[in-house]
Design a protein around this ligand. Structure first.
Ligand code: SF4
Ligand code: SF4
Length: 226
């Protein structure tokens, strides 16, 4: 899932200055699961914005909506009447959702600002209640079958693909002693799996064009296209 953090209220406030009608828009996808941009967070942020406006004696109307997914035009378009009736939308979705809402808003009759309320951080998984860890960097060419299901790109601080840097100590990363050394984890896992020979396998120089280095990526499934 995509993990994000709510932006500081001061930053959100600054981005909607001079906007008398504001819609705080949540998403029921990943940001709901990581408690950043669902219905509850929309309600809290909308209240904070109202209180801040009242404290400054500003006339501002703050509305609230939450849709199924902001990364899908279908759900955004169903909300067009509400979006076209405000001056700014504070999107609590990930960066992809914010951009999709902004694209829809750009097609409307008058300018409507769409601003992020969330700092999108990483692709992660829940480690325990209230804790998420980064697990994938969307490289487009997965090597988990070689590394025992532990990603060296996302979980090694240096994204090393061919074994450890040599700086780890007692299983911890030299960059941050709070973080497990990914290559120690990989070694331990391969050991359990009886596949330690994978440690000696040298991966060739990687073609990073499947990752972000090749520019923005698009995935097409022809049979799903109309
Ligand atoms: S190897 Fe690539 S696709 Fe696989 S988990 Fe790591 S970053 Fe994600
Ligand atoms: S100590 Fe381990 S996790 Fe940290 S940079 Fe070196 S190999 Fe990667």
């Amino acid at each position: 899932m995509i993990v994000g953090d709510l932006k500081p209220i001061e930053e959100i406030e600054a981005s909607i200055r001079d906007c008398p009608r504001v819609l705080v828009l949540g998403c029921r996808g990943c940001v709901t699961v990581c408690n950043t941009g669902g219905e509850k967070e929309v309600s809290v942020l909308a209240s904070q914005l109202r209180i801040a406006s009242q404290a400054r004696r500003e006339q501002r109307e703050v509305r609230e909506e939450t849709i199924e997914r902001q990364c899908d035009f279908e759900y955004i378009e169903a909300l067009l009447p509400q979006i076209s009736d405000v001056d700014a939308v504070v999107s609590l979705a990930c960066g992809a959702g914010v951009q999709h809402v902004a694209e829809v808003a750009a097609g409307l009759q008058r300018p409507i600002q769409v601003v992020p309320g969330v700092n999108t951080t990483f692709l992660g998984a829940a480690l325990e209640q209230g804790v998420w860890g980064e697990r994938c960097q969307g490289c487009g060419n997965c090597v988990l079958e070689i590394t025992g299901g532990i990603c060296p790109i996302a979980r090694c601080s240096k994204s090393l693909l061919n074994g450890p840097c040599g700086g780890s100590s007692e299983g911890k990363c030299e960059i941050d002693p709070e973080v497990d050394c990914a290559w120690q984890l990989i070694y331990d896992r391969l050991s359990v799996l009886g596949k330690l020979e994978n440690m000696t396998r040298v991966l060739p120089t990687r073609d990073w064009s499947t990752s972000r280095d090749g520019g923005p990526r698009t995935r097409v499934i022809e049979e799903l296209r109309k």
